[in-house]
Ligand binder design. Structure first.
Ligand code: ADP
Ligand code: MG
Length: 414
């Protein structure tokens, strides 16, 4: 039997309220992960959804929830766990938008914000609780959050949560949840630790795997810039001058690295800021708001904070340092070329030093394509020598076509 994939939200069996909300949001049709994940999740079955960042996984689990919850019951019926505060907030915001025509109560329970407010929210009844594992455990211990009546637990960005070391916390939470419940797991990648978690806490899950063909590739041009280690910063400036990004994130490997880049810009580039995990939540929120408002044009970020950012106006991702882990590459690059982006394409550049050829090869294997070199005028240097990919590895890889036409972006560095 060939299954047909629904082409419209109407075919997904959503309520009139959801369809109205989707219309208001201007979502014309379900994204591929939504079209395949929703019909399964809506039945109450456990399901694992694997797809690249920016492919609409939030709505893929929120929409079925809206159909499955008893909205007359004020008790907590669903728990969404995410790796970072920003991601929790983004899920909460998206849930809010998607449920604008429903009477749904939610609470966003993350660390770094006053717990009092979250306690009040929980006490007044939150049908869907979205949060980071640490704060959720805290609220469970204080007995203000109850998971007794959960119908559904959602592990969002499961790979990230495990990377950050949330596995023990997640397990502690899951052990308290009712055995009879639905568990949904969403992730860009399914490394063995995620598989193990799924095996232990999910019951015969269905799988929707869109990981191969939907790797960022189609909407994101990706290039490598061979660079001399001691001319990195100047190469970055030249790149920005050349590209004039509408809005960009510059990723560094460490907080110190991010700080250094910002210091060099300070005074010379008013629209630059940097964000990292040690900043107070209020400061992080402020920066994100200004970034969303496009008052910040260049955001320098480390992986932990940066990978969750969902701002559709980001035109460029610049990996100032090669990501240590190739999944980080995918996450970083996924910040541009977003589904709702008004610019149809995003561009990602990765600065690579001579001795980083091995890391580059790992990334190319991960995304299954070769990254073309993009020499910067006046800063040309040798591309790192690494093992070429084999024909097998490249079988389904498509080379990136360079964009001939110059795009007019804002003049941020003139
Ligand atoms: P993911 O969790 O897979 O990284 P998100 O759920 O954050 O992706 O969605 C990325 C962006 O795409 C969000 O801004 C979201 O509002 C938007 N989006 C989601 N589904 C659709 C759709 N069907 N049509 C248009 N935009 C969508
Ligand atoms: Mg997501």
């Amino acid at each position: 039997m060939t299954e047909s994939i629904p082409q419209s939200f109407e075919e997904l069996g959503l309520s009139a309220e959801s369809l109205a909300a989707l219309r208001q949001l201007g979502f014309a049709k379900p994204s591929p992960i939504q079209a395949r994940f929703i019909p399964i999740a809506i039945t109450g079955r456990d399901c694992i959804g694997q797809a690249q960042t920016g492919t609409g996984k939030t709505a893929a689990f929120v929409l079925p929830l809206l159909e499955r919850l008893d909205l007359d019951d004020r008790r907590t019926q669903a728990l969404v766990l995410t790796p970072t505060r920003e991601l929790s907030q983004q899920v909460a915001d998206e849930a809010h938008r998607l449920s604008s025509e429903h009477e749904l109560t939610t609470a966003c329970c993350v660390g770094g914000r006053p717990i009092r407010q979250q306690i009040d929210q929980l006490k007044s009844g939150a049908q869907v609780v979205i949060g980071t594992p640490g704060r959720v455990i805290d609220l469970l211990a204080r007995r203000v959050l109850s998971v007794e009546n959960l119908k559904c637990v959602i592990l969002d960005e499961a790979d990230r949560m495990l990377d950050i070391g949330f596995r023990p916390d997640i397990e502690r939470i899951l052990k308290q949840c009712p055995k009879e419940r639905q568990t949904l797991l969403l992730s860009a990648t399914l490394p063995p630790p995620v598989e193990r978690l799924a095996q232990r806490y999910m019951i015969d899950p269905e799988r929707v795997d869109l990981s191969v063909k939907t790797v960022a590739g189609d909407t994101i041009d990706q290039y490598v810039i061979p660079v001399d280690p001691d001319r990195k910063f100047r190469t970055l400036v030249q790149l920005l001058k050349q590209e004039r990004p509408q809005q960009a994130i510059v990723f560094t490997r460490t907080k110190r690295g991010a700080e250094n880049v910002l210091k060099k810009f300070r005074g010379k580039l008013p629209g630059a800021a940097f964000i990292h995990g040690d900043l107070a939540q209020s400061a992080r929120d402020r920066i994100m708001l200004r970034f969303r408002e496009r008052k910040i044009r260049l955001l320098i970020a480390t992986d932990v904070v940066g990978r969750g950012i969902d701002v559709s106006t980001i035109s460029h991702i610049i990996n100032y340092d090669v990501p240590e882990d190739c999944d980080d590459y995918v996450h970083r690059v996924g910040r541009t070329g977003r589904l709702s982006s008004t610019e149809s394409r995003g561009t990602a550049f990765t600065l690579v030093c001579r001795d980083e050829g091995g890391q580059l090869t790992n990334i190319e294997k991960r995304i299954n394509r070769m990254l073309e070199s993009y020499p910067i005028e006046g800063f040309e240097t040798q591309r790192p020598v690494a093992r070429r990919l084999t024909v097998d590895e490249l079988e389904s890889a498509e080379p990136a076509a360079p964009d001939e036409e110059e795009e007019e972006f804002g003049f941020m560095l003139t």
